[in-house]
Ligand binder design. Structure first.
Ligand SMILES: Cc1ncc(COP(=O)(O)O)c(C=O)c1O
Length: 449
């Protein structure tokens, strides 16, 4: 443990005011909705590349090799995967379905890290047979299955252990808590602890200890949890070195969590890395340089995308206005699940500009989805502006690139909308076709008599 290490929390006043990503002009929106209808997702390829660069730059002062890994659970759209492949980054996968997608998009196996929750033998065998050589295990049983798969594949495999540092995390989604489902504790448990798994690996013909992984949560804005987790890692590594003088960590993957602006301004990756890199460098100085992996789902994709929806109905209720749009939580699940207030804006199209602005304050405007469900109300972000809401106008939901497309569901027989990418060349390209009701009927077995 390093003494006198001060955690400097990012002061709120240092946070930069958020700027929404207006990568499509109102006229383009007008043309695109005329062609494809609404709801409609739009993705900006340039933003994807810019986010990779920003994350890389933020951690550039780390003393060892650095890799950025895209957690494809955030958005597995193949056009996004192909864009990131050109950036040469790593992909963080957690299922054979994701492996299939990433192979079809032709990512090289060296750029894959596989972290499973299920950890089955057949799963690991397919992963190894695909050429993946970075695997994270999260249980003793999983490690045994990986060893059997390595034996069948005829390889000796570097193995990363996922630890649960059991630190308090203030975040939208927490993944590190006592008795949690992810990873293993340092000590304790019967066989499911980092110490017992390392002892097993130190004397294993099929697996070789490679390093550690932890993932603390998503949308983390208070970075003290990382410092606490690194302090615990430091103490644990010191303990392991006493037991095994040749103990060495080659890879250290500190998971995801980089936050995105939705409601309140959030620290930038540079502000986040300022504290972390300093602590990580101390760890490398004390225990030997390792390769650092920064995983990110949300940050890399969220700001790249907007959802365009149409205002289809409205009603007034005392001093309140209910604005009803043709999307719902079947397209933006986290609006209902996490009460995520995506910044919403009325698209200003020339033919609507003459309309008078509503006198009803934004706080009395309720943005409702099209589902017949109480929870289908979109929380407003502090930067939402809906005063010009009117039937027939379009509304853009900003920063919807993460954990949105991947949750699209057919509740109320709703169909997946099309997705358009604005390519790096500035062209609009259809990257996912919208479905029809007939396709949904067939998928649901309507033709199986
Ligand atoms: C193991 C792991 N790594 C990375 C991530 C990505 O987190 P974020 O989207 O907050 O960057 C997740 C998200 O659930 C995860 O489970």
């Amino acid at each position: 443990m390093v003494e006198n290490f001060q955690i400097q929390l990012v002061e709120n006043s240092n946070l930069t005011a958020p700027v929404l990503n207006h990568f499509v002009k109102p006229n383009d929106i007008s043309n695109l909705v005329a062609q494809y209808g609404t709801p409609l997702y739009l993705i900006d390829e340039n933003t994807l590349h810019a986010k990779v660069k920003e994350l890389h730059t933020a951690y550039a002062k780390f003393v060892g090799p650095l890799k950025i890994a895209y957690s494809i659970k955030a958005n597995f759209n193949p056009a996004i995967l192909r864009a990131f492949i050109t950036d040469g980054i790593t992909f963080d996968l957690t299922s054979l379905g994701e492996l299939h997608f990433i192979k079809r998009c032709k990512a090289v196996p060296e750029n894959i890290i596989y972290t499973s929750v299920t950890e089955e033998f057949e799963e690991y065998l397919e992963v190894l047979q695909s050429g993946v050589r970075k695997v994270v295990v999260s249980s003793f049983n999983g490690m045994t299955n990986l060893a059997k798969a390595a034996d069948r594949a005829g390889i000796k495999l570097p193995t990363i252990i996922r630890v649960n540092p059991e630190v308090g995390v203030k975040a939208g989604v927490r993944a590190s808590y006592r008795n949690g489902k992810f990873g293993v504790p340092f000590n304790g448990g019967t066989i499911d602890s980092a110490i017992k798994m390392i002892r097993h690996l130190m004397d294993n013909d099929l697996l070789r200890f490679e390093g550690f992984h932890f993932h603390l949560g998503s949308q983390i804005t208070d970075f003290s949890c990382f410092i606490h987790a690194l302090d615990k890692m430091d103490a644990f590594m010191t303990k392991m070195k006493k037991e095994y003088p040749n103990f060495r960590v080659n890879t250290f993957d500190i998971g995801g969590g980089t936050p995105v602006f939705y409601d309140e301004p959030v620290p930038s990756p540079a502000q986040m890395a300022e504290n972390l890199v300093c602590r990580l460098n101390q760890l490398a100085n004390s225990h030997g340089v390792f390769q650092l992996l920064i995983e990110s789902g949300r940050f890399l994709v969220a700001e790249s995308s907007i959802l365009i929806s149409k205002i289809v109905n409205m009603k007034e209720y005392n001093e309140h206005k209910i604005v009803i749009v043709d999307s719902g939580y079947h397209l933006l699940l986290d609006a209902a699940l996490l009460k995520q207030g995506y910044p919403q804006e009325i698209v200003s199209l020339p033919k609507h500009d003459a309309k008078t602005t509503s006198l009803i304050p934004t706080k009395n405007i309720h943005l409702a989805g099209r589902l017949c469900d109480t929870y289908d109300i979109f929380p407003l972000s502090k930067s939402s502006s809906l005063n010009d809401a009117d039937i027939g106008r379009y509304i853009s939901f900003h920063n919807v690139g993460a954990y949105s497309l991947v949750f699209n569901m057919p509740f109320h027989c709703q169909i997946k909308p099309p997705v358009i990418m604005k390519t790096a060349k500035g062209e609009f390209k259809l990257v996912r076709k919208g479905r029809s009701y007939e396709q949904l009927f067939t998928e649901e077995g309507g033709d199986l008599t």
